[in-house]
Design a protein around this ligand. Structure first.
Ligand SMILES: [Zn+2]
Ligand SMILES: [Zn+2]
Ligand SMILES: [Zn+2]
Ligand SMILES: [Zn+2]
Length: 197
């Protein structure tokens, strides 16, 4: 953790961030004050939601006894404004990352696929006449008579009931869960302009 603190000292929060992350990934028991320092780093990097998670975790774990109790409480206060901004903004997700159009559905929220019922043929075989278009009936003289199937008008086929003859199936996009948006790697500026430009 010393390396991370040194990096924080020289305002190199990117480096501090990666040292902290390695520390977490290592699975070793974490120093008690670490969640506070990590949340401070995340705050500096603009990762407010994550910062809040760690400062809360720190305060949960150490309570009043933590060495950085006061700084942590202060940080929590500082987080309120940016977190409120994120919640009020519709251009980013709850972590503050800019939402872009979903790349799977291109923001359309829905996907068009071939109808799975008719295999995009738009028609299905008529079940009443077994797709022959004719109904067989045995009359009183035991003679087989054929009648045109009323249901399909003798065509033997019906417009697909699932896709109503379009051959397409519309379902909500699974990638973005129908929201049409997916978060990008860019932190949101909460303004009209995307911060990519
Ligand atoms: Zn989508
Ligand atoms: Zn029929
Ligand atoms: Zn169909
Ligand atoms: Zn935003």
């Amino acid at each position: 953790m010393k390396g991370a603190l040194a990096a924080m000292e020289r305002s190199d929060y990117q480096t501090a961030n990666s040292i902290f992350r390695n520390l977490i990934d290592s699975g070793l028991p974490l120093p008690e004050e670490m969640p506070y320092f990590f949340s401070e780093t995340l705050f500096q990097l603009g990762q407010y939601d994550n910062s809040q998670n760690f400062v809360n975790k720190y305060l949960d774990l150490t309570g009043f006894t933590g060495q950085n109790y006061e700084s942590a409480t202060l940080l929590k206060e500082k987080l309120k404004a940016p977190i409120a901004q994120i919640q009020a903004c519709e251009r980013c997700d709850r972590r503050g990352y800019r939402l872009e159009n979903c790349t799977t559905c291109l923001g359309k929220k829905q996907l068009e696929q071939a109808c799975s019922y008719c295999k995009a043929k738009t028609v299905v075989g008529c079940s009443r006449c077994g797709a022959t278009g004719m109904i067989k009936k045995v009359n009183v003289f035991n003679i087989v008579d054929f009648f045109e199937c009323e249901r399909c008008g003798g065509k033997g086929r019906l417009s697909c009931p699932d896709c109503e003859g379009t051959g397409k199936e519309i379902s909500s996009c699974k990638t973005c869960l129908g929201s049409g948006k997916s978060p990008s790697d860019n932190l949101c500026t909460h303004s009209e302009e995307s911060n990519q430009h």
